[in-house]
Design a protein around this ligand. Structure first.
Ligand code: ATR
Length: 292
């Protein structure tokens, strides 16, 4: 990282590659909207440069940064404090420097997933999806955040289905000590696993532009179950279109990105920012420019 001449409060995002990150557009929109004297920059950081980049945060005068691929796991060993949520998820995405100079790390993805659902369908979250099971497709980093978020939100049962069943089984273990029923099920049982569910979340890359579609038959899913796809390119995935067509409430994936960012912005810049249509449109425009 080069020392920047920028004044005011500084934050940013470290990743490799970083050019397609939507975070600068997102935080830049909020900085302008709230009239904050600050900046949010994209820092291209190779994996071998990460230790110096993180240790350099203080000297660079940065309040903190987001971390994206491929740094979310490696950074855990490079900071002074990792909070309990991030430790359970096994990855960090937000760093901040406290007044005593200590480096802290957290993970705001579980918060983002839950707050996105809360904003779209507040009553469903309030009722913990009617006390019915949540079905989580996938077992990668996003699935880990989803399972931790749902367990903390008081969901009574989670069914995890992943192509590689062993990954679903190890994911189930991270909430095993909580008062919750967790099942890791075989990927080919995904149609049947929807019976009686109150929530379906896709955390796989299936359905993303350029990837294979997610093949799932929604027939067994109750029509009042919430369907959330964390894919946001396209915004209306095949899963969401199919769910919407049969009357299920749907929650798209862009909101998770926007809501997870609120937590970092509040820590670095001192304002809990609002997620609204202006922000969504600004970030979608940045997404379209990045993929043009
Ligand atoms: P992230 O950390 O962003 O969630 P990831 O760790 O690469 O990303 O996880 C991608 C998820 O999509 C995984 O659950 C993966 O299944 P595997 O664990 O079996 O790899 C799932 N996925 C990707 N391509 C898939 C496919 N063609 N069919 C089924 N699942 C797929």
């Amino acid at each position: 990282m080069n020392r920047s001449a920028k004044a005011g409060l500084r934050a940013g995002v470290m990743g490799w590659p970083i050019a397609h990150s939507l975070s600068p557009a997102l935080h830049g929109h909020w900085l302008r909207r709230y009239g904050i004297d600050g900046s949010y920059e994209a820092f291209p950081v190779r994996p071998e440069e990460l230790p110096d980049a993180i240790l350099g945060l203080r000297n660079e005068g940065l309040r903190g940064t987001n971390l994206t691929v491929p740094h979310k796991e490696a950074a855990m060993a490079l900071v002074d404090h990792v909070d309990a949520t991030a430790r359970r998820i096994g990855a960090v995405n937000t760093l901040f420097v406290t007044e005593d100079g200590a480096l802290h790390a957290t993970n705001t993805d579980a918060y983002g997933l839950i707050e996105n659902i809360r904003a779209a369908v507040p009553a469903a979250l309030e009722s913990r999806f009617g006390g019915r099971p949540a079905v989580v497709l996938g077992a990668g980093g996003a699935a880990r955040a989803a399972v931790v978020g749902l367990a903390d939100a008081g969901v009574s049962e989670i069914r995890i289905l992943n192509r590689t069943t062993a990954r679903a089984e190890s994911l189930a273990e991270i909430v095993a000590d909580q008062n919750i029923t967790v099942q890791a099920l075989a990927w080919d049982g995904r149609d049947a696993a929807l019976a009686e569910a109150g929530l379906l979340v896709n955390t796989t890359t299936l359905g993303m532009a350029g990837q294979a579609p997610l093949e799932i038959d929604l027939a067994a899913l109750p029509v009042d179950a919430v369907v959330n796809d964390i894919v946001y390119a396209p915004l209306e995935t095949g899963l969401l279109a199919a769910a919407r067509a049969r009357g299920n409430p749907v929650v798209d994936g862009l909101g998770m990105l926007l809501h997870q960012a609120r937590a970092g912005f509040a820590i670095w810049f001192g304002v809990d920012p609002e997620v609204d249509d202006d922000l969504r449109n600004a970030v979608l425009a940045a997404r379209d420019r990045a993929h043009a």
